[in-house]
Design a protein around this ligand. Structure first.
Ligand SMILES: C[S@@+](CC[C@H](N)C(=O)[O-])C[C@H]1O[C@@H](n2cnc3c(N)ncnc32)[C@H](O)[C@@H]1O
Length: 259
């Protein structure tokens, strides 16, 4: 593997480092051998990207996204799935039912790096594209149902960029679901204290109190559900339980939209 440390964007290192360290644990709650392979190959100390609360948050979101995706794929077994802003994520392996058609989409420089560690697989293809411009969607095969996954992407966008992105999705796909990671206005203002992101140059974008705020930007969408990561995190530790009380409205959420 000829990936170097500089090839991995710092914000993408956080989930990778966490998924790799969880995979190495006994009784791992999530298993991601690709993340472990990438982190082992980088051969650098990534422990500062793996503090307790971020670790628990990434494990929780990975479980919530996986289970929600599996539910949707069970309902629409031939869906077209797009992991938009895929980074180095390997969600396809976690949810493949042998029938879905999957595209891993990211900006050209990130796809170039991803190609160093992944090859296209049967029904799973990498594609250069931006969440802010739908040109790439013209290359996709037409499907009755489209499921778009955005994990760890929208929270870095301004309100204007979120609007551009969700308008683009509704223009490009006749029917679909969007699995979106939302964060609070508190994190927008205080992101420089986030226990892992503070080690990067990234800043958080537009935060929301409710997924309903997205509907003002894109009336074709309906909000189906919204789940705080606290719901998963509180199952595993006392700190998770306490945070679910004191950080009730602070933690990130998985919102599912339909159009
Ligand atoms: C924090 S990483 C998350 C990666 C992956 N989804 C995960 O959860 O492991 C953010 C990703 O969003 C991508 N990204 C940023 N702006 C984008 C845009 N306009 N269109 C598509 N991807 C974008 C970055 O290149 C990066 O891979």
């Amino acid at each position: 593997m000829d990936l170097t440390f500089g090839d991995v964007q710092e914000t993408a290192l956080i989930p990778l480092a966490i998924k790799a360290s969880e995979t190495a644990r006994e009784n791992a709650r999530i298993v991601d051998f690709k993340a472990k392979e990438i982190i082992d190959a980088l051969g650098v100390d990534v422990s500062k990207y793996d503090p307790f609360m971020s670790h628990e948050g990434v494990v929780a979101r990975t479980i919530l996204y996986r289970d929600e995706l599996k539910r949707l794929i069970e309902k629409y077994p031939d869906a077209l799935c797009v992991n938009l802003g895929c980074g180095f994520d390997d969600k396809f392996t976690q949810v493949d039912n042998g029938r879905i058609t999957w595209f891993d989409v990211d900006l050209p420089d990130q796809i170039e790096k991803r190609r160093k560690v992944y090859s296209d697989r049967d029904r799973c293809t990498m594609l250069e594209g931006s969440a802010l411009d739908g040109e790439w969607t013209k290359q996709l095969p037409k499907h009755d149902m489209n499921i778009v996954v955005m994990e760890g992407v929208l929270e870095y966008f301004s309100k204007g960029q979120v609007k551009t992105c969700i308008n683009m999705l509704c223009d490009s796909f006749e029917h679909g679901y969007l699995l979106a990671e939302l964060h609070s206005p508190f994190l927008e203002k205080n992101g420089n204290h986030h226990d892992a992101v503070k080690h990067t140059n990234a800043t958080f974008g537009w935060g929301t109190k409710s997924g309903l705020e997205y509907l003002e930007l894109e009336p074709r969408m309906r909000l189906i559900s919204e789940t705080s990561y606290n719901e998963e995190m509180k199952k595993y530790s006392i700190r998770g339980k306490i945070f679910a009380i004191i950080g009730k409205n602070i933690n990130n959420r998985l919102a599912v939209f339909e159009w």
